[in-house]
Design a protein around this ligand. Structure first.
Ligand code: 9UX
Length: 72
């Protein structure tokens, strides 16, 4: 089973920031797709909830130096 999560990412100021966050998300176990938009500060992530949680994804964004929050 795969879920789609929407996350808001604060602190991205250039395209390399967005590419960096996208790469980090794509490398997470349980994540099958990640698309990050610099212009909207939003990330779309397909993930397997058995392997990784929304909180884990937010923590990975925070560990990369950005502010991550869930978009309901
Ligand atoms: Mo751009 Mo982001 O020079 O941390 S990579 S601001």
């Amino acid at each position: 089973k795969t879920l789609l999560g929407h996350f808001s990412i604060g602190g991205m100021t250039c395209a390399a920031c967005a590419n960096s966050v996208e790469g980090i998300l794509r490398e997470l176990p349980g994540v099958s797709r990640a698309v990050v938009s610099l212009t909207t500060s939003l990330a779309e992530v397909d993930y397997d909830p058995v392997v990784i949680s929304k909180d884990d994804i937010i923590n990975a964004i925070e560990d990369a130096g950005f502010e991550g929050s869930l978009v309901q």
